[in-house]
Design a protein around this ligand. Structure first.
Ligand SMILES: Nc1nc2c(ncn2[C@@H]2O[C@H](COP(=O)(O)OP(=O)(O)OP(=O)(O)O)[C@@H](O)[C@H]2O)c(=O)[nH]1
Ligand SMILES: [Mg+2]
Length: 325
């Protein structure tokens, strides 16, 4: 999704690259003064242009935050802080304009002069002033590079029916995504294994109708108010808020996840209240361990028990939704 964002360099890297490129330039002229003058002008032009073009590229090719789908805007805000990102883009644009101004003003006096000392002094003045402007935004460039790196690693979310798996930590959410799709999120016997959103896909054909769904595995949630949630939990809430057409809420009635069923039921009630606009299916996982006599769907990601039934239920949900529309 964000693979095209250019690699963002630090201030020193931008300057070093521009300097090294300008160093190689040599203009020939039979007249010694003109040779020196033209070379100085060409070197200075190359240095300034390299810096200006790099900064321009960062600002222009950075995805417009306001045009991103809301889910991505929220993830960016959780991980980076959208305001800081906007300010950093603004700073890069300010630096570009300032460098451009410095260069176009000083370049005129370079062209007019015929004194080698003056030319050399102007050249180093331009290098110095441009370098100082770029160094002023080093922190902002570092933040942009962090954002760029983070965005390149975000999963691609498609605009297709989306099921979000939610529940307490360690109940088997990632195991369910593995059971349902070819996605391979990490599974482990400790809570908070999943720290990011993972996406998988399933396809089901019935009566010549093929439906493709997107399944999203989320980090575990604890039973606590939104204001107390950490950055990892907030990503799960963002997926539930912006992506879920259907929520599959997993309960671990065996409590081997390390959390009581009472706490899990509390979280379920909170989810039902927060996401009353989305449909919700409650499933009890680890049925190979323990089964209750509730009417919830019972599954086991270890033995695959109940998985087909759950897929049927998801399919049925979307088919009935299509009929409603
Ligand atoms: N017996 C049994 N164990 C299971 C089942 N499903 C998952 N587990 C185990 O439960 C533990 C947690 O599974 P995960 O899939 O990592 O759970 P999670 O909900 O994604 O956990 P977090 O990412 O930490 O929130 C692992 O040790 C799994 O092997 C199941 O159906 N039966
Ligand atoms: Mg997990």
């Amino acid at each position: 999704m964000f693979k095209k964002i250019p690699i963002i360099l630090t201030a020193e890297e931008i300057l070093e690259r521009a300097y090294n490129r300008s160093k190689k330039i040599q203009i020939n002229d039979r007249d010694a003064l003109y040779k020196t003058k033209k070379t100085i002008i060409a070197k200075t032009d190359s240095f300034a242009t390299n810096v200006i073009v790099a900064l321009e590229k960062y600002v222009k090719e950075f995805p417009s935050i306001d045009h991103l789908p809301l889910f991505y805007q929220e993830i960016l805000d959780i991980k980076i802080d959208v305001n800081k990102l906007r300010k950093s883009l603004g700073a890069a644009d300010w630096a570009r304009k300032t460098c451009q101004m410095i260069y176009s003003k000083q370049a005129r006096s370079l062209k007019k002069s015929k004194k080698v000392d003056f030319l050399k002094q102007k050249q180093s003045e331009i290098y110095g002033r441009i370098s100082s402007v770029v160094r002023q935004i080093d922190k902002e460039l570092v933040l942009l590079a962090e954002a760029q790196n983070m965005m390149r690693n975000l999963p691609t979310i498609n605009d297709i029916p989306t099921v979000v798996i939610a529940g307490y930590p360690n109940v088997g959410k990632s195991s369910l995504l593995r059971c349902l799709s070819s996605a391979k999120p990490e599974i482990a016997q400790y809570p908070f294994t999943t720290k990011e959103i993972h996406v998988g896909h399933i396809e089901k054909t019935e009566k010549y109708i093929t439906k493709r769904f997107q399944i999203i595995d989320t980090p575990g949630l604890l039973d606590r108010p939104l204001s107390k949630r950490n950055e990892i939990e907030k990503q799960a809430i963002a997926a539930l808020t912006h992506l879920a057409d259907l929520i599959v809420f997993i309960l671990d009635v065996s409590e081997t996840c390390g959390y009581s069923i009472k706490n899990q039921m509390h979280l379920l009630a909170q989810m039902e209240e927060m996401f009353s606009g989305s449909s919700l299916i409650v499933v009890e996982n680890k049925a190979d361990f323990k089964k209750t006599d509730s009417t919830n769907i019972k599954i086991s990601c270890k033995t695959d028990e109940g998985i087909d039934l759950l897929v049927d239920e998801i399919f049925l949900h979307y088919m009935s939704k299509d009929e409603d529309e």
